[in-house]
Design a protein around this ligand. Structure first.
Ligand code: SAM
Length: 449
């Protein structure tokens, strides 16, 4: 199928699917089976007139060149904030739909391992672009795509038609799957779930499920499950950052909305270097299993002191903790406030993780987090002043300084994540009993592949 719309020769060089192809090729993130789909489905047909990247809001009407350039950049573009409701300039902007980063879309499609002739269910239609990549490869009649937002479903249908595709777009909560179109060979979700709904397992009885998975603390993982005899088994891999399922979003807002009673915290000291926790992706993943309902934010000093504050913040906004890092210390000051002792919870989980022994590769992030919701957009988070730096030790690794696919750094995530999955399985078995129920995650067992 030919790309719809012919750009003038000059513009085409810089703002066409070919430019995106070049970028993906240069990064080594363009799998051959998907090359033709990326080349043939122009991303610009799927974008609204206003898109956001980081804190930049770009209107097609006033900045047509920038808008078109972004359309063919390998970046995630936010296409809706605050569920499409009116948003004041000073209001927090929660991204609620987007055109995902093409590299990440392709990574997921590779994990999905799609073959010709298969039927695919996508949860999270968004702009419709991913459904149309699938439709290009498999045929429109093989693809069903669900979104919880009716306005987005209508728009995705129009976008797809403009590009010459007709996958089935339907409105509903993806947690139910789409039984009318079952059975499917593949199920792909493009939002994060804290639990894999059993409907997905039931509707793909011999299929594969790929979904971003996790709670508030660390939702940077895919779960890849193969279904056999009514049970999905699989592994965690990658480090994507997707928006979360709408029915299960924690309170949103600026950091300042979560911080209160700053002078009333209970002070203690810890020997756990905040960077040891925040700088090790696998540790974060593991600790996230213990804190599915709290999140963290590391704020580094910009005064050259090398100091930093690691904030832990409960979704219910009742509890917070702050751990202060200072270079050359052996002990770190911790303040905790509220009914929960968030640092104690995180440290206890970290110590269990530590006791399990080293992973088979060193610390660092497998790759980037392009779609991490800009929860703190526009506001600088406070960093607490240190009262008493103590002891002596060196900085290990900065959370934001890990390897990144965008820079072509090696990924090497698979082996590590397999090790993590193993530990997670045993930890889950030790600490939580695996219940068998019809609807919940617990009926799908995560084991090493
Ligand atoms: C990252 S966007 C999807 C990108 C899309 N696949 C594309 O190609 O443009 C995530 C989408 O998931 C949708 N969503 C969130 N929670 C959902 C749910 N429980 N059921 C169905 N859709 C949901 C949002 O409305 C949003 O459009």
């Amino acid at each position: 199928m030919e790309p719809a719309g012919a750009a003038e020769a000059e513009g085409e060089r810089v703002t066409s699917p070919e430019r995106l192809l070049q970028e993906l090729r240069a990064k080594g993130t363009l799998p051959e089976p998907w090359r033709d789909a990326v080349a043939s489905v122009p991303r610009e047909l799927f974008l609204p007139d206003t898109i956001e990247v980081g804190e930049e809001i770009v209107s097609r009407g006033t900045s047509p060149e920038r808008w078109r350039q972004l359309a063919y950049d390998d970046v995630a573009l936010v296409t809706q904030v605050n569920d499409g409701g009116a948003t004041r300039a000073d209001e927090y902007r929660l991204p609620t739909s987007s055109s995902s980063m093409p590299t990440v879309m392709l990574e997921m499609l590779e994990l999905l391992d799609v073959r010709e002739g298969q039927r695919v269910l996508e949860l999270g239609a968004g702009t419709g672009l991913n459904a149309c990549w699938l439709a290009h490869r498999l045929g429109s009649e093989q693809v069903t795509s669900v979104d919880i937002d009716g306005a987005l479903v209508e728009r995705a249908t129009r976008n797809a038609a403009a590009a010459g595709y007709k996958p089935v777009f339907v409105c509903g909560d993806g947690a139910q799957g789409w039984p009318a179109g079952a059975p499917y060979d593949r199920v792909i979700a493009t939002y994060t779930v804290p639990r894999v709904p059993y409907a997905w397992v039931a509707q793909a009885p011999r299929g594969r499920i790929v979904t971003p998975w996790g709670g508030s603390f660390c939702h940077y993982s895919y779960a890849v499950l193969d279904v056999v005899d009514g049970v999905g088994r699989g592994r965690f891999t990658g480090s994507p950052a997707f928006m979360r399922t709408r029915p299960s979003r924690p309170h949103r807002g600026f950091l300042s909305d979560f911080l209160h009673h700053l002078d009333d915290g209970t002070e203690s000291a810890t020997t756990l270097n905040p960077y040891d926790l925040a700088g090790d992706f696998d540790a974060l993943f593991y600790v996230g299993l213990a804190l599915p309902d709290a999140w963290f934010h590391l704020v580094e000093a910009d005064d050259g002191s090398g100091e930093a504050t690691l904030w832990l913040l409960a979704d219910d906004r009742l509890s917070w903790a702050a751990a202060e890092y200072a270079p050359d210390c052996r002990k770190y000051v911790v303040d905790q406030y509220g009914p929960r002792r968030l640092w104690d919870e995180a440290e206890a989980a970290y110590r269990v993780w530590q006791a399990l022994g080293p992973t088979d590769t060193g610390p660092g992030r497998p790759h980037g987090r392009p779609e991490r919701p800009a929860r703190l957009a526009g506001r600088r988070a406070p960093r607490r002043r240190l009262s008493r730096p103590t002891g002596g030790r060196t900085l290990v690794a900065g959370f934001t300084r890990g390897a990144d696919a965008a820079t072509g750094a090696p990924r090497g995530g698979q082996t590590r994540r397999r090790a993590v999955a193993q530990r997670v399985s045993s930890w889950r078995l030790e600490s939580w009993s695996l219940r068998r129920t019809a609807e919940t995650w617990d009926s799908t067992v995560l084991t090493e592949m």
